[in-house]
Design a protein around this ligand. Structure first.
Ligand code: FOL
Length: 206
């Protein structure tokens, strides 16, 4: 079993803020949220029978409106210290999440569930989980939605991707982002609810 590469997906303010008091600091970015849903759901063309996995921390799980939980058509893996030491060996029912005690256990579970069939593995936060994922050797890519706005935040993304350069990371072109995600991305950026933003893809160099 090969450990799958990890893609972090995040939306952040100009100063890399991602959260405030347990929720996202902004409102009304519906198309941005739909982008998140499509990108995390879409499977590479060769593996139409499998689902992608989304890995998240327990606080992020709690922040998702109950009617959207678990995120549909994706294997939802929630990291919580109160998870059983031994994760279930059978797949969860379609309407349930899997709870595991660590990022390492989440990766193992995702790998078993889908790596052989090529499903993607996304890390969707929050800050503590992004931090652990970024330290992991299989962290390969960040899909950043860079908001051209500032909101009061008490949580930041633990990697500074403001500007065009980041040590050890390479910002990919719009064409490369389109090819990887399968999205058609408008040139010149997005705007919604009075907020300009840009979809970006960063890849680790080494
Ligand atoms: N990444 C990006 N780019 N944008 C985000 O808003 C985002 N949010 C999180 C992680 N990465 C992100 C964590 N927060 C839902 C709610 C909160 C959340 C992530 C997802 C959610 O309800 N998603 C539904 C879509 C619901 C809708 O269409 O409004 C889903 O099916 O994915």
């Amino acid at each position: 079993m090969t450990t799958p590469e990890l893609t972090l997906i995040v939306a952040a303010t100009r100063s890399m803020g991602i959260g405030f008091q347990g929720t996202m600091p902004w409102k009304g970015l519906k198309k941005e949220m739909q982008y998140f849903a499509r990108v995390t759901t879409r499977v590479p063309t060769s593996s139409q029978t499998i689902q992608n996995a989304v890995i998240m921390g327990r606080k992020t799980w709690d922040s998702i409106p109950p009617k959207f939980r678990p995120l549909k058509n994706r294997l939802n893996i929630v990291i919580t210290r109160s998870a059983p030491a031994h994760p279930p060996s059978s797949p969860p029912p379609a309407d349930a999440e899997v709870r595991v005690p660590s990022v390492e256990a989440a990766l193992r579970y995702a790998a078993e569930a889908n790596s052989s069939s090529g499903g993607r593995v996304f890390v969707m936060g929050g800050a503590q989980i992004y931090e652990a994922a970024l330290r992991h050797p299989s962290a390969k890519r960040v899909l950043l939605t860079s908001l051209d706005a500032d909101f009061e935040c008490d949580t930041v993304f633990p990697l500074d991707l403001t500007g065009d350069k980041a040590e050890g990371w390479e910002k990919k072109s719009r064409e490369e982002l389109q090819a990887w995600t399968g999205e058609e991305i408008e040139e010149g950026g997005q705007e919604e609810a009075g907020i300009k933003y840009e979809f970006q893809m960063w890849e680790k160099k080494y």
